[in-house]
Design a protein around this ligand. Structure first.
Ligand SMILES: [Zn+2]
Length: 476
């Protein structure tokens, strides 16, 4: 009993002592926190909000993005910005700034008109910002304008050396004044891995009274979704449509054989390949006329979300021609580096030559066919006959449907369902397009070309594979 009581007393004293120690320690901790709290607050804020790297972004002015899109592997924007300083503009750049404040710079093409600057990332649809080269990370896209160092931007003088100091570099956020949709892009498969890049806008709260409309670019590693592909191979014609003919040979059958070998060889490089037809299609269905159906070749390709499409065809000529040769049809307004490489590689590997046809030629074996004034007139007549509103065509719109429709609005796609006989391209108004080339491998009606096509299929295919390997930096 006594022993127990004594023990309890000792226990109570110990508890009281412990509590006093705890109270003192707590007071010290609170004191320290109060003393250094501004720093802690800042650190917590920084850890909690990546927006702290946006504190130098102009609060009152922002650039307007009038359109943004992805064609093939490249992202581009167009926009304008009202200038808030009277100083001369010396440079305009696009900045991707990550959450640590580190920046990647992209040069812009720009023009100052009065107190407005218009800018774009590229004049060509397949150059600009290569999404294949954007490292994994989260970025804010900002406009950086460097103004001249003059009286407007002068802030004072440096006390130590007496030199004038300037505040001539300004950052502006980008706000969406377009009617575009957010973008989802999957990088080309390399070493069995892919990144997913999301591009879109959001409004963020920087400080209590400070919100910004911001363009986000977020790239992370991901598994390629089942329905997403790297490349589409389109073997022209098919079904009951044999395409061009020479004796027992049909274009549809020959280009299908090429497409199947091309698919195998690209898959050996680790690429995921979609065919628009594989020879198992209904032989009573003329593929050329069902191209815009729900399950037609245009929507098959669009659904694949591929970066590149190669459409294979053979040429023909009713009369006698001295030369056959290769023709590669490109979309309008592109950089022709890849097309040239495709042309050179095929010519070398297949031991063939570039077509000498002059019409629509834009380079050695390279062609670009857009609507001309006559085509536009014909379309108006056809629409009146068909009882639907004429399409809004101009001479920048691609003539060949596979090139035009797979690029979405970037290449002038217009099969929007108004002509009921044609169906509808689900992606006619898309701001993400597949970079498409129509390759006329040779003339089926030219015997030398036909012989080469029949006996040297692997040469042609290897040429295409080499160009793609180079384009996507696939080392193997
Ligand atoms: Zn054809």
């Amino acid at each position: 009993m006594n022993h127990n009581n004594k023990g309890r007393n000792n226990g109570n004293q110990r508890i009281a002592l412990n509590m006093a120690v705890i109270a003192i320690v707590a007071m010290i901790i609170v004191g320290v926190i109060l003393f250094i709290s501004p720093t802690i607050k800042e650190l917590i804020a920084k850890a909690k909000s990546p927006y702290s790297v946006l504190l130098d972004v102009n609060k009152d002015m922002r650039a307007g993005i009038s359109d943004y899109h992805v064609y093939g592997t490249h992202f581009n924007i167009n926009g304008n910005m009202q200038l808030d300083l009277g100083s001369k503009v010396e440079d305009v750049e696009l900045i991707f700034r990550n959450y640590l404040g580190q920046e990647t710079k992209y040069p812009l093409i720009y023009e100052v008109i009065e107190n407005n600057v218009e800018f774009s990332t590229s004049e060509k649809i397949n150059t600009g910002i290569n999404l294949e080269e954007v490292p994994v990370g989260n970025y804010f896209a900002l406009l950086k304008i460097t103004y001249a160092k003059d009286e407007n931007t002068k802030t004072g003088t440096n006390k130590s050396d007496g030199e004038a100091t300037y505040d001539n570099i300004k950052y502006y956020s980008l706000s969406d004044i377009s009617d575009e949709s957010d973008l989802i892009y999957y990088t080309v498969t390399k070493n069995s891995s892919n990144n997913r890049i999301d591009i879109g806008f959001e409004t963020v709260q920087i400080e209590d009274d400070h919100t910004l409309s911001i363009m986000n670019v977020k790239s992370k590693e991901c598994e390629l979704p089942e329905d997403v592909y790297d490349i589409v191979i389109d073997a022209g014609h098919g079904g009951s449509d044999g395409g061009t003919v020479n004796g027992k040979y049909t274009e549809a059958k020959i280009v299908l054989d090429f497409a199947l070998e091309l698919k195998d060889k690209l898959e050996e490089l680790g690429l995921k390949v979609k065919l628009t037809r594989d020879g198992t299609e209904d032989v009573t269905t003329p593929m050329a006329y069902t191209m815009y159906d729900e399950d037609g070749r245009v929507n098959i390709a669009g659904d694949s979300k591929a970066k590149l499409c190669i459409s294979l065809h053979l040429n023909s000529y009713a009369g006698t021609i001295a030369n056959g040769g290769l023709q590669i049809y490109c979309p309008y307004n592109i950089d022709t580096t890849f097309a040239s490489s495709l042309s050179d590689e095929i010519i070398t590997e297949a031991n063939t030559y570039a077509s000498t046809m002059k019409a629509h030629s834009i380079g050695k074996g390279i062609y670009c066919r857009t609507f001309d004034d006559n085509d536009i007139k014909e379309n108006i007549v056809a629409s009146k006959k068909g009882g639907f509103e004429p399409y809004n065509l101009d001479t920048t719109i691609n003539y060949y449907y596979i090139i035009r429709e797979l690029g979405g609005k970037i290449t002038g796609a217009y099969i929007d369902g108004r002509n009921e006989n044609y169906g509808k391209n689900k992606y006619f108004n898309s701001n993400i397009g597949i970079e498409t080339y129509l390759v006329e491998l040779g003339y089926i009606t030219h015997n030398e070309d036909l012989n080469n096509l029949l006996n040297n299929q692997s040469g042609y295919v290897n040429g295409i594979v080499n160009a793609i390997k180079e384009q996507f930096s696939l080392l193997q």
